[in-house]
Design a protein around this ligand. Structure first.
Ligand code: GLY
Length: 383
């Protein structure tokens, strides 16, 4: 499929998205019926796996619940709400497990408890959000002004921060709004400032992992993380930066966050224009003869670009056109709309140097749905 980078399209030219939305809904109506108590991460031969029982703390466990809330919001059909509520309760086992709580609390509880609270005002959901936000706040390193990313053996990874965390900051912005307590927001802003300084390179590309001395806060080094190598650009990390800085702008109004989101977005667009395919690779330095795709990066960056285009108005038309191209390409060559299979996206990638390429990943499905629903006006804004 030809990838077009036209910039003269109009903002209201979103007719194609309604067709995609109907296909997604038709499929999800069947998926929810057979999903039982599952919380999926991936699918094998079109059948969802299940993270419950053995991996309840996995960072992606909020996304299927988020899809269910998006579906409920779009259709008002109770099957989706019931499944979403069940997942929210299942994740309580994670809330009681300190080792399983980390900076990804936003990814787990904004699409579940946060969505529930937004739609229903549930006190139980607010309680979960508070526990998740308070735990995340406890990960703030005062010396370096960053949130520690992952857990690990004592003495390891205490100084590691990762670009993905930008997507978890909305948990803190929202908690400050809900509790009328600036602590959460202040820490989120400090982290975003650190990320602008140490993660975003001069050309707008981003590092995945930055390691600081956890006692002094001094910068130590960058790591390639889930990208190809130190200094390369992991496309999902770039997408997290585009959407994450946009979200920090939305929650704070800080112009430098918007400028950083634009810088990261422009790098993404430039890098794609240099390629001869519309498929998003796993890393922008990926050799041309390696054809691995990451549909998650395409879906996430589409969400970020659509928000940027909305914020920037006519100045953001290029982002809207680019996101349209990515969404159409995902729908045409990376999507399974067949209601008898469980997953939507088919070609995602866990990380460059793992063997996990070109397989379904649940957050790819989540962000694809979110992007389509942004265009049709059916989105529940959860971040
Ligand atoms: N947050 C980890 C990832 O994007 O794979």
């Amino acid at each position: 499929m030809e990838f077009e980078f036209k910039s003269e399209k109009m903002f209201d030219d979103n007719g194609y998205a309604f067709g995609l939305s109907e296909k997604i809904k038709a499929k999800m109506r069947e998926v929810v019926k057979r999903s039982g108590d599952k919380i999926p991460y991936t699918a094998e031969n079109g059948v969802f796996d299940d993270q419950t029982g053995h991996n309840i703390c996995w960072w992606t466990n909020g996304f299927f619940g988020g899809m269910m809330w998006q579906m409920y919001n779009a259709t008002h059909e109770e099957a989706f709400r019931d499944k979403a509520l069940r997942i929210e309760e299942q994740l309580d086992e994670n809330l009681m497990n300190a080792e399983g709580l980390d900076h990804d609390n936003g990814f787990k509880w904004l699409p579940t408890a946060g969505a529930d609270y937004t739609l229903t005002g549930s006190r139980a959901s607010l309680n979960r959000l508070r526990l998740a936000a308070d735990n995340m706040l406890g990960r703030f390193n005062i010396a370096g002004s960053f949130f520690r990313a992952w857990n690990g053996e004592p003495g390891t990874r205490a100084g590691w921060a990762i670009i993905d965390c930008m997507m978890n900051l909305p948990l803190l912005y929202r908690m400050s709004d809900l509790q009328k307590d600036p602590r959460y927001r202040l820490a989120a802003i400090k982290h975003a400032d650190t990320a602008m300084k140490f993660f975003v390179r001069e050309d707008g590309s981003v590092n995945h992992i930055v390691e600081f001395d956890p006692a002094t806060g001094a910068f130590l080094k960058t790591q390639g993380g889930q990208g190809m190598a130190v200094g390369s650009t992991w496309t999902r990390g770039q997408a997290w930066a585009v959407y994450g800085f946009t979200l920090s702008y939305i929650h704070t109004g800080r112009k430098d966050y918007l400028d950083t989101a634009v810088k990261a977005a422009d790098f993404f667009l430039r890098s794609m224009k240099d390629r001869d395919t519309a498929d998003v690779p796993v890393d922008f330095l990926q050799p041309r003869d390696i054809l691995w795709e990451d549909g998650t990066a395409a879906a996430i960056v589409s969400c970020g670009l659509l928000e940027l285009s909305r914020i920037l108005g006519t100045k953001g038309i290029e982002y809207r056109v680019f996101a349209d191209g990515l969404i159409k390409e995902l729908a045409a060559s990376n999507c399974d709309f067949n209601p008898s299979t469980d997953n939507l996206l088919t070609k995602c990638s866990a990380s460059y140097n793992s063997k996990e390429h070109d397989f379904p990943i649940i957050y790819g499905d989540y962000y694809f749905m979110e992007a389509v629903f942004k265009l049709t006006g059916e989105e529940l804004f959860i971040w």
